[in-house]
Write a protein that binds this ligand. Structure first.
Ligand code: IMP
Ligand code: MG
Length: 371
C-alpha cells in the first residue's frame, strides 16, 4: 500500500497520474496533499482494536477510515494552519445547535490557542444572518467568552455558510460579523448572475417535486436565494435509498440541463446532497468554500484540514478532498476523538519549540559569558 501511494505521489508530480497502478485500481482516487504514515497508524489502531489478532472479522471499512484519519492527523499536525469543520453531525447532531456543555468547546478553544485558524464550513445557508448562525453555535461562542479569548484569537474563528456563500468572522465581543462578499470572493464568483442561479434552482426544484410525487414522500420543498431543498415532515421515517434517489436523479437532471443548448452558457457549480433527513441543492460547493478560505487566509492544501461526516458521493463534504486534507468522522463523539489526537501532537510540538528556544537562550548566555 505504502509503495502504491508513494509511486502515485511521484507520478502525480510528473503530471501523469493516469499511469499509476493505484489510479488504475481505484480510478476515483483523489490527491494526496501530504505523505501518510500508515504503518505507525495501523500499529496504533491494532493496539486498540486487535485487528491482526482477529481471525473471523477482517479489517472493516471503519477500521480503515480510522487508520487513515490517524495517519492524516500525524502527517499534518506539524504544518497545520487552517482547520475547517462541517456543522451537522460533525460538531452537533443533525439540525441541533452546538450544546453549551459539549466536550468540543474546550477542544476548539485549544485549537485557537495553538494559533490555528478555525472555520465552520456548513451547507446551512442563512444569507447575511449572523444571528441565525450565532444561535446554532451558541454553546461554542459562550465557551469563547468563558475562556476570555483575546481579540486576536476570536478573529481567527470564521463561519462560512451556504457551502461557500456567506462568510462571518468572530469579533472580540464574541459575536459573529458578516463580511461583505467583495472583501473575500474572487471575481469569477462575484459575477454569478441571479438568472444563472435561478435557472439551475428551477430545474432542481422541478425534479425534487417530481421525486416527491412519484415516491409519495412526506416532504416539503423550501426555496432560498441560492438553494432549494426538500425535508421530511416532522417525525416522518426516512429511507436513505429514497433520499439518495432524489440526489442522484437531481444531479443527473441538472447536468443534462447544463449540457443542453439552453444551459450551455451556464457554468455555475452546484452541490446536490443527502443531508441525512433532507436533500438540498446549493449553488457552489465546499471545494470552492475551502479554496476561498485558503486564498483569503493564506493556507495551502497541505496546511488545511477539513473534518466532516458526508464523504460518500451523495454527501457535501466529498468535494473538499480535492482541495485539502480530510478526516472522515461519523458523529460529534468521533470529532472529539480526532481532536484529542491532534491536540496531543500540537502540545508536543509546542513543548519541543519551547525546549529549542530555551536551548538557544542558554547557548547565547554561555557564549556571552565565554566572551
Ligand atoms: P452541514 O452538514 O453543516 O453541511 O449542514 C447540512 C444541513 O444543513 C442540511 O442537511 C440541512 O438540514 C441544513 N440546511 C439548512 N439550510 C440549508 C441550505 O440552504 N442548504 C443546504 N443545507 C441547509
Ligand atoms: Mg454534516
Amino acid at each position: 500500500m505504502l509503495l502504491l501511494i508513494s509511486t502515485y505521489l511521484g507520478i502525480h508530480v510528473l503530471g501523469v497520474p493516469d499511469q499509476s497502478r493505484l489510479k488504475r485500481l481505484v480510478p476515483s482516487i483523489s490527491t494526496f496533499h501530504t505523505q501518510l504514515p500508515l504503518r505507525e497508524s495501523f500499529l496504533s489502531a491494532n493496539a486498540k482494536h486487535s485487528i491482526a489478532a482477529r481471525r473471523f472479522v477482517p479489517p472493516s471499512f471503519n477500521d480503515i477510515r480510522r487508520i487513515l484519519n490517524t495517519a492524516q492527523i500525524t502527517a499534518i499536525a506539524p504544518k497545520l494552519k487552517l482547520i475547517t469543520f462541517d456543522g451537522d453531525m460533525t460538531l452537533y447532531d443533525d439540525g441541533q445547535d452546538f450544546e453549551h456543555d459539549s466536550a468540543l468547546v474546550n477542544l476548539l478553544v485549544s485549537l485557537l490557542k495553538y494559533n490555528l485558524i478555525v472555520c465552520v464550513v456548513t451547507a446551512a445557508g442563512y444569507p447575511g444572518d449572523a444571528l441565525r448562525y450565532e444561535q446554532r453555535l451558541s454553546g461554542l461562542l459562550k465557551g469563547f467568552e468563558n475562556a476570555r479569548l483575546s481579540k486576536n484569537m476570536c478573529e481567527k474563528f470564521f463561519v462560512l455558510g451556504g457551502e461557500c456563500n456567506y462568510l462571518f468572522q468572530c469579533k472580540e465581543d464574541y459575536h459573529l460579523k458578516y463580511l461583505p462578499e467583495t472583501k473575500y470572493q474572487p471575481q469569477n464568483i462575484l459575477s454569478w448572475s441571479s438568472d444563472q442561479i435561478n435557472a439551475i434552482l428551477d430545474v432542481a426544484q422541478e425534479n425534487l417535486q417530481r421525486c416527491i410525487d412519484e415516491m409519495k414522500l412526506q416532504c416539503t420543498v423550501l426555496r432560498k436565494s441560492k438553494a432549494v431543498g426538500e425535508y421530511l415532515f416532522y417525525n416522518m421515517k426516512r429511507y436513505e435509498e429514497q433520499l439518495d434517489e432524489c440526489v442522484l436523479s437531481t444531479q443527473h437532471r441538472i447536468v443534462n440541463y447544463l449540457n443542453s443548448p439552453w444551459g450551455k452558457k451556464n457554468d455555475l457549480p452546484f452541490c446536490a446532497f443527502n443531508g441525512g433527513s433532507d436533500v438540498w441543492v446549493d449553488i457552489g460547493n465546499k471545494l470552492i468554500g475551502v479554496q476561498i478560505l485558503q486564498q483569503f487566509l493564506g493556507a495551502t492544501p497541505g496546511e488545511t484540514l477539513h473534518v466532516g461526516d458526508q464523504f460518500l458521493s451523495t454527501g457535501n463534504d466529498f468535494a473538499t478532498r480535492h482541495q485539502c486534507c480530510t478526516l472522515w468522522i461519523v458523529n460529534p463523539d468521533e470529532t472529539q476523538g480526532v481532536l484529542l489526537e491532534l491536540t496531543a501532537l500540537l502540545e508536543a510540538k509546542k513543548s519541543e519549540r519551547s525546549l529549542l528556544t530555551l536551548l538557544d537562550h542558554s547557548k547565547i548566555l554561555l557564549d556571552s559569558q565565554t566572551i
